[in-house]
Design a protein around this ligand. Structure first.
Ligand code: SF4
Ligand code: SF4
Ligand code: FES
Length: 212
């Protein structure tokens, strides 16, 4: 058991958990998009879960830090919020917002985070980045909408975890990065377990069961 001070409140948590998980378990919300409790090595890629920790000169991603007895953390400083809004805007710059026509509407993580950060879903300082627009339809039971994908990697993780090997992977680089079904035709048909864990975990309806 470890005791921490978060935003001037003492919380208790199991040893060995991430700081993000400890806060979420204690009803202290920290925005997060690329983290799942089951991950042994969270990628720390969305940069939304930053917090200030005493003894560190810069904010740190709370999903990549393990709790330690006596840690003192602040989740809601002006500096943290500014960095989170910037990270959030970067995500929005690769995501085409069209909530009215989106299956994730009202259960979407981006909407939740936007509300929490009082930011809205419109780009303020950045331009929308052009991404592949073609919806990938050649998987037997899934479709992939690249303009919605925020590249959080959760789908790849759950596929690997559940089935022992990931049928999905990141493909291409930089702005062209997309999620790819291995082999798309033969191999996907042969290895996809049709468990839909990837579609269920996707925070933005970029991966969908075909019936949807
Ligand atoms: S994923 Fe969320 S923010 Fe994006 S269009 Fe759908 S509902 Fe709107
Ligand atoms: S398809 Fe969904 S779960 Fe997979 S990387 Fe894109 S946003 Fe994340
Ligand atoms: S949730 Fe920590 S960096 Fe994405």
């Amino acid at each position: 058991m470890a005791r921490l001070i978060v935003d001037n409140k003492q919380i208790e948590t199991d040893d060995g958990v991430t700081l993000l998980q400890a806060c979420l378990d204690n009803e202290i919300y920290i925005p997060n998009l690329c983290y799942l409790k089951e991950m042994d090595n969270p990628p720390g890629s969305c940069r939304l879960c930053l917090v200030e920790i005493d003894g560190h000169s810069q904010p740190i991603t709370s999903c990549t830090v393990t709790v330690k007895e006596g840690m003192v953390i602040r989740t809601d400083t002006e500096h943290v919020r500014r960095l989170q809004r910037t990270a959030f805007e970067l995500l929005l710059s690769v995501h085409r917002v069209d909530c009215k026509n989106c299956p994730a509407n009202r259960k979407c993580e981006l909407q939740r985070i936007a509300k929490f950060l009082h930011f809205g879903l419109k780009l303020v300082r950045l331009d929308q980045l052009e991404r592949e627009t073609t919806v990938v339809q050649d998987h037997p039971c899934l479709e992939y909408v690249p303009t919605r994908c925020v590249l959080c990697g959760k789908c790849v993780f759950v596929c690997q975890k559940k089935n022992g090997q990931a049928v999905l992977s990141f493909a291409k680089r930089g702005l062209d990065t997309v999620i790819s079904f291995f082999g798309e035709e033969d191999k996907a048909t042969a290895t996809c377990e049709e468990c839909y864990a990837c579609a269920e975990v996707c925070p933005v309806a970029a991966l969908l069961m075909k019936e949807q």
